[in-house]
Design a binder for this molecule. Structure first.
Ligand SMILES: [Zn+2]
Length: 213
């Protein structure tokens, strides 16, 4: 059996958060390491730092904005507010992000459905985006942890994983990546795929407010 077909190991804070956070700075979009100086703030890799309007940059800009909105929302809810002081250093900020998005993946789909619709210009004939899905996966590493993300299907035929809370698995996890590469690297199995807004309609997460515990 190849390692591709079985889960690797459990999550480990030292190995998956701390050591990567101390190893350098990361691209805010694709999660590749950009520098080897831990005090450098996360920025963009060369592929994602140019000013231009490619499909990927359009979706990347939307993803970045959605992640900021969701982070601010979680902070406003009072979740993990003790991490705010950590944000005065680059390493602290990376670690704070790993923590604040933990177990928030389903809720991010619930909270950001209308943002996704508006930012990605769904239904607009000029939008490069064809459709957005809510997808549940079992992660390749981390003993098949279940995880939820958006998948953005473009009119061009390319699809992107738009993973608002993926950074909960460590600083190198991408916010946006081509679905084919994301699937090959991160996904053990796809467990489900639903239209955008499905979690929103189910609504149960809003009533239970389980994320505020
Ligand atoms: Zn990048």
């Amino acid at each position: 059996m190849s390692t591709r077909n079985r889960p690797l190991r459990d999550f480990n804070e030292l190995q998956d958060f701390l050591l990567p956070a101390l190893a350098g700075s990361y691209c805010e979009i694709c999660g590749v390491r950009v520098t080897t100086d831990a005090s450098d703030w996360d920025l963009r890799c060369p592929a994602h730092s140019f000013v231009g309007l490619t499909e990927e940059m359009f979706v990347g800009a939307c993803a970045y904005r959605m992640q900021n909105i969701f982070r601010e929302h979680l902070i406003a809810l009072g979740r993990e507010s003790d991490y705010s002081l950590m944000r005065y250093s680059a390493v602290g900020e990376r670690l704070a992000d790993c923590r604040i998005f933990k177990n928030m993946c389903i809720y991010s789909l619930w909270h950001l459905a209308s943002c996704a619709r508006r930012f990605l210009l769904l239904g607009n004939p000029l939008s490069p985006v064809e459709e957005v899905f809510e997808v549940e996966i079992a992660t390749h590493a981390y003993l098949s942890y279940k995880h939820h993300l958006f998948v953005v299907a473009m009119r061009s035929g390319v699809a992107y994983a738009l993973d608002i809370t993926g950074v909960q698995f460590g600083p190198g996890w991408p916010l946006l990546k081509e679905w084919s590469a994301y699937r090959a690297e991160r996904v053990l199995r796809v467990l489900g795929c639903w239209p955008l807004g499905t979690q929103r309609r189910l609504g149960e997460f809003g009533r239970k407010r389980w994320w505020m515990r």
